[in-house]
Write a protein that binds this ligand. Structure first.
Ligand SMILES: [Zn+2]
Length: 77
């Protein structure tokens, strides 16, 4: 048994132990906690997706407003 035990830490986000190389230690109000990079990345992706969605809605509204303007112009002629 010369192989050292893989170092793990408890990920407070997933609620399970994971290899320390895939984790990051964060300092919170309650002390130092470990969180895996996977969950950190997932949160980042979520935020990006939400932002992209927000932009999409804005663009859609703009396109709709422009379409209405065009219709107005046509009916005024
Ligand atoms: Zn995790």
């Amino acid at each position: 048994m010369s192989q050292p035990m893989p170092q793990t830490a408890y990920c407070y986000h997933c609620g399970k132990h994971q290899p320390i190389e895939e984790m990051r230690q964060l300092v919170t109000k309650t002390g130092k906690r470990w969180r895996c990079l996977k969950s950190i990345e997932a949160t980042k992706q979520d935020r990006k997706a939400r932002e992209a969605f927000g932009r999409g809605v804005t663009e859609l509204n703009k396109a709709e407003a422009q379409a209405k303007l065009r219709i107005l112009k046509v009916t005024q002629l």
